[in-house]
Ligand binder design. Structure first.
Ligand code: BG6
Length: 469
C-alpha cells in the first residue's frame, strides 16, 4: 500500500491565458499576456499581434467540455485553473462585472461537477488586466488592492457553491524578476526602484490577505492558499559564505509565504529595507489585513538551483528565478535542472517552517513531443521521458508523506499541452494530452492521448501503488 492518503487530490493544472484563447470574445478585456508574444523577458507590444500564440491558446474556451471529459477519464479528483480577471472586469476597475465572463466559468465548474472533479481556482495567474497595468502601473499602485478585493468578492459570491479551493496569486515571488507579467507593472524592470518594487509586493500581499478574509466570510467551508514559485537553493559548496548566500536567496522567496502564512513581516526584512533604503508605506489597516492568513501553502516545483558567494559563475536557464547550475544534476531540453529529491527536501523544509498543509500545484516536464501513428491508426506520443520525470517526483512526494509532511494533493502542470509561460511557445509541451497546434499557428487543435495519459490514470486509480520506486 502506498503512503498517499485516501483523499489525496490527484489532478492537473492550467492557466487561463495559456489555454483559453478567445482573448477578445464575449466582452473580455486585454490582459498583459495579450501583448506579450515572446514571454516574460520582452517588452509588451502596442496591440495584440498575430504571432502571440496565447490569443488562441488551445481554445479551451470552446473545448472545455471535451478536455474535462478527458481529465475525468484520467480520474482527476481536482482540476486547477485560473479565472481571467479581464473576463470578469475587462478593464479591472469597473464596479459591474461582465456577465458573459461569469457565465463561462459557471459552465466550466458545472462540467467539473458532472464528473465529481473539484476545481482549484487561481484568482490571478499572470493575467493582470492591461488597463490596470498601463493606467495604474499595476501593483505599484495601492488602488489595485481595492480593485482586486472587489474582483475576489465578486467571484467568491458567484461561485461559492461550486468552488471550495482557491489560490490568490500564482508564484507571487516572481514579481521581482517579471514585474510586468507577474505584477502588472508597466515600468521596465531596469527603471523600477527597489522602493517601488517592495511597495508593489506589499500591495499584493495586502490584497492577498484581503481575499483570504473575503473567502472565509463568503464561503464557510472554503479553503484558500498562497502560491509560491518553489525552488530550493543549495549552496554551491559547503563554504560558509556560500551557505549564507543560499540562505539569503531562499529568504527572497520565503519573504512572501512568511507573511502570507504568519500574518506579519519577518524580522530579516528590516535589514533588507535598511540596506536598500526602503521605507514602506504600511497603513494600520494593512497590518490588520495581513493577519488573515492562508489555509494551505501551494507551490510549483520544477527544479532546484545553487548559489555561491564567489562572483563569475554562469547562471543557468530556469523557471524565472534561475541560478547557478548544480554539477550533480541533468537538465531538461530547456536547461531546467531535474531534481526529484529536491521536491522531498523542499516539502520537508516548508512543513518544518509552517506546519500547514501543502499542495503541489505545478510540476512536470516541458519537452519536445513527436506525434506518431500506431499500427491500429491511433495517434499518440511515446513520452516515456515524461513518465519517468513524473514517477520520480511522485516517489519523492511519497517519501515526504512518510517523513510526516501533510500534503493535500498534486496537480501536474499543463495536464494538456498549452502555450508555455516563460518563452510563449507550443513546442515546449507538458501535457498528457497532445494538442495539435504548433508554433507557426498551424494545427487542427485536435486532442490525442499520450502514453503518459494511461500511466497517470493508473497512478490515480491505484492511489500511487503503481509508482516505480
Ligand atoms: C510556472 C507558471 O512558472 O511554470 C506556469 O506558473 C508556467 O504558468 C510553468 O507555464 C512552466 O513554465 P513554462 O515557461 O515552461 O511554461
Amino acid at each position: 500500500m502506498s503512503n498517499f492518503p485516501k483523499d489525496f487530490l490527484w489532478g492537473g493544472a492550467i492557466a487561463a491565458n495559456q489555454a483559453e484563447g478567445a482573448y477578445n470574445l464575449d466582452g473580455k478585456g486585454l490582459s498583459v499576456q495579450d501583448v506579450a508574444p515572446k514571454g516574460w523577458k520582452d517588452r509588451p507590444t502596442e496591440e495584440p499581434t498575430e504571432d502571440n500564440l496565447k490569443l488562441v491558446g488551445i481554445d479551451f474556451y470552446h473545448r472545455y467540455k471535451e478536455d474535462i471529459k478527458l481529465f475525468a477519464e484520467m480520474g482527476f479528483k481536482v482540476f486547477r485553473l485560473s479565472i481571467a480577471w479581464s473576463r470578469i472586469f475587462p478593464k479591472g476597475d469597473e464596479l459591474e462585472p461582465n456577465e458573459a465572463g461569469l457565465a463561462f466559468y459557471d459552465n466550466v465548474f458545472d462540467e467539473c461537477a458532472k464528473y465529481g472533479i473539484e476545481p482549484l481556482v487561481t484568482l490571478s495567474h499572470y493575467e493582470t488586466p492591461l488597463y490596470l497595468s498601463k493606467t495604474y502601473d499595476g501593483w505599484k499602485s495601492r488602488e489595485l488592492i481595492g480593485f482586486f478585493e472587489h474582483y475576489a468578492r465578486t467571484v467568491f459570491n458567484r461561485y461559492k457553491d461550486k468552488v471550495k479551493y482557491w489560490i490568490t496569486f500564482n508564484e507571487i515571488n516572481s514579481i521581482s524578476h517579471a514585474p510586468l507579467l507577474s505584477g502588472g507593472i508597466y515600468t521596465p524592470l531596469a527603471e523600477l526602484s527597489q522602493q517601488d518594487l517592495y511597495q508593489a509586493m506589499h500591495h499584493e500581499l495586502v490584497a492577498s490577505a484581503k481575499a483570504v478574509k473575503a473567502c472565509h466570510e463568503i464561503i464557510p467551508n472554503g479553503q484558500i492558499g498562497c502560491m509560491i514559485l518553489g525552488m530550493p537553493v543549495y549552496p554551491l559548496t559547503p563554504a560558509p559564505k556560500d551557505v549564507l548566500k543560499s540562505l539569503a536567496a531562499e529568504r527572497d522567496n520565503y519573504y512572501f509565504s512568511d507573511i502570507q502564512v504568519r500574518g506579519y513581516y519577518p524580522t530579516y526584512t528590516n535589514r533588507i529595507f535598511k540596506e536598500n533604503n526602503i521605507q514602506l508605506e504600511i497603513l494600520e489597516d494593512d497590518i490588520e489585513s495581513l493577519k488573515h492568513t492562508v489555509d494551505f501553502i501551494s507551490f510549483s516545483y520544477y527544479m532546484s538551483t545553487c548559489e555561491s558567494a564567489e562572483p563569475g559563475h554562469e547562471t543557468g536557464e530556469g523557471n524565472i528565478l534561475g541560478g547557478i547550475p548544480n554539477p550533480y544534476l541533468e537538465a531538461s531540453e530547456w536547461g531546467w535542472q531535474i531534481d526529484p529529491e529536491g521536491l522531498r527536501y523542499y516539502l520537508n523544509n516548508l512543513y518544518d517552517r509552517y506546519q500547514k498543509p501543502l499542495f503541489i500545484v505545478e510540476n512536470g516536464l516541458g519537452a519536445v513531443d513527436e506525434l506518431v501513428e500506431l499500427a491500429d491508426g491511433t495517434k499518440t506520443v511515446q513520452d516515456d521521458y515524461r513518465i519517468q520525470y513524473m514517477n520520480d517526483h511522485l516517489v519523492q512526494v511519497e517519501e515526504a508523506l512518510e517523513d510526516g509532511v501533510e500534503i493535500m494533493g498534486y496537480t501536474s502542470w499543463g495536464c494538456i499541452d498549452l502555450v508555455s509561460f516563460t518563452t510563449a511557445e507550443l513546442k515546449k509541451r507538458y501535457g498528457m494530452i497532445y494538442v495539435d497546434r504548433n508554433d507557426d499557428g498551424s494545427g487542427t487543435l485536435e486532442r490525442f492521448k499520450k502514453k503518459s495519459f494511461n500511466w497517470y490514470k493508473k497512478v490515480i486509480e491505484t492511489n500511487g501503488d503503481s509508482l516505480k520506486k
